[in-house]
Structures are given as structure tokens and as C-alpha cells.
Design a binder for this molecule. Sequence first.
Ligand code: SER
Length: 322
Amino acid sequence: MSKRDMKKILVAGAVGQIGSELTMALREKFGNDNVLATGRKTKPSETLLNSGPFEFIDITKKETVEKVVKDYDIDTIYNMAAILSAVGEKNPQLCWNVNINGLYNIFDIALEHKMTRVFVPSSIAVFGHETPKENTPQETVLKPTTMYGVSKVAGELLGDYYFKIFNLDVRGLRYPGIISSETLPGGGATDYAVEIFYEAIKNKKYTCFVKEDTTLPMMYMPDCIKASIDLMDADISRLKHHCDFNLTAMSFSAGELADEIKKHIPEFECKYKPDFRQDIADSWPSSIDDSAAQKEWGWKPEYDLSAMAKDMIKVLRKRYEE
Ligand code: SER
């Protein structure tokens, strides 16, 4: 997306794990005043509040979104507001309402206001037990067993429908588990890969809620932000896919992650006590084939396990030990 064809960006879910860092990256790229951060009720950080406009909205209440779209003359939306997998299993109605009804409102408003572009994240949660687990192909079986996964499959299809039928430029990625140091994730099955770093720094021990050999695709936040901005920048004539790009940066088991952390914190101890999130993790792939993203818009991650762990530990040590 060049500065020329953009006026104002709305980030829904800007207080969340990805939204908070994405907002800052977009402000850096497009100018602070051109990126409206929005949240539902969580208090935004000082960083978010002091760097540009912020409003409270609820994407399940269409009029609240419409108001800010008009007030700020929005022409691009990043809809990062979502209920994640573990919370979604505890409250499937809420998950459906936010991830489907909320998304429908976003698409409708985008269409009514003739928006330039809409970004809608999807997830590895679209896959299920019948999907090939290793190097999961771009085109494959989508039979998720979580409400979160169901909502993400429907979101992908709805986005592609709006593109095909109404010519609304909707784009989206199937994020793997996202690891970050700024804002904690909000209740997913991959949260252990973030929590483990905080606990390793603060207490030198962690009890992991998935088994030691559980292997999932993951990505460090700088790559997640880069992918989310690069896809929106991509030349539409090169895109064969729109809302469902497979995406990955690395795959590792919980045990391999613990071993990597031990290289930096030798006294770190990790125990394993699987809970209901193990079932969710077991239904997802171990590794992803993202060659369509590579081919269609030049996707290439920068961080592998060792580079990610090194940076996470550096950032958290600075925050908690100095
Ligand atoms: N990280 C997400 C979750 O665990 C997957 O998209 O719910």
C-alpha cells in the first residue's frame, strides 16, 4: 500500500497481542495521525495512547464502528479483534459473535464506505485432525474442531466471497503461534511459547500446558508485523489467494523451546502438565508449507528459533532484571 492510495487506517483490536505492535509499526510507516487504534474495553498502553488517536469500539455493535469510520474518514481496516482458541472453547457463543458477526459488520462497513483494503487474520486453527500434519499444503482439508477454527474458516470464505462478489479487496494470513514481548496473548493454545520466556526470566521455572513433544508452527512478532504489512502492500495482480495464505517461520516442540532457553538460562527448569489446550494443539499441524505466500508476495521470515529466543530473552532481561 503506497502512501498515495491510503488516507486513514483503523486497527480494531489494537490493545491485543498483535494489534498493539502492528499499530505502532503502521504509525511509523504511515504517520501517527493516520492510524486510529481502537479497543473494546482494555485500557490501552501509554505508548499507544501517546502516539496517536485511540477510540473504544465494539465490532459486534456496528454503529460503534461506523461512527469512528466516519469521524476519522477511514479507508483501510486491520481487523485484529478476535477471541482466541482457548477462550473460544470456554465461551463458544462469544467466539462466534466476535469472530463472525463482528467480522461481518467490518466487511459491510468496508463495502458501504468503499474502503481501499481490509486485512483479516486467519490461523493454523483452520486445520484439523484430517489435515496432513507435516508441511501442511496451502490447499487441504479444513475441518477444525474448535469454535475458533470454525470461525476462522468461515472468515476466510466470507472474505473471499466479498472479494469475488463485491470486489472488496480483503486479504488475510493463517498466522502460526505468535511469540512476542510487548503484549501477552489473550487466551490461545500457543500461549505457552510466550509464557515460558516470562517465567524463565522471572522464576527460572515453568509448567507447560502441552506435552514436551508437542510441535507447532510459530513466528516471532517482527516477522508477523512484516507479513501483515507486506501482504497489504502486495500487487493485487500477483495474488491468486486472498484471505487464506499459509504462513510460517519455524516449528519446534515445547521441549526444544525449553532447551533453547536453557542455553541462555542454564538453571531453567520446565515441567509438563497438559490441560484442555493439549487437545486443541493436537488438532493443528506441526509444520506449514507457505510457498504460495513466498511466490505471490515474496514472503520470507527473518527469525528462526535461536534468533527469536535470543531476542526475547534480551528484551525481557532488560525489562525485569535491570
Ligand atoms: N495462537 C492462536 C491460538 O492459540 C492460534 O491462532 O488461539
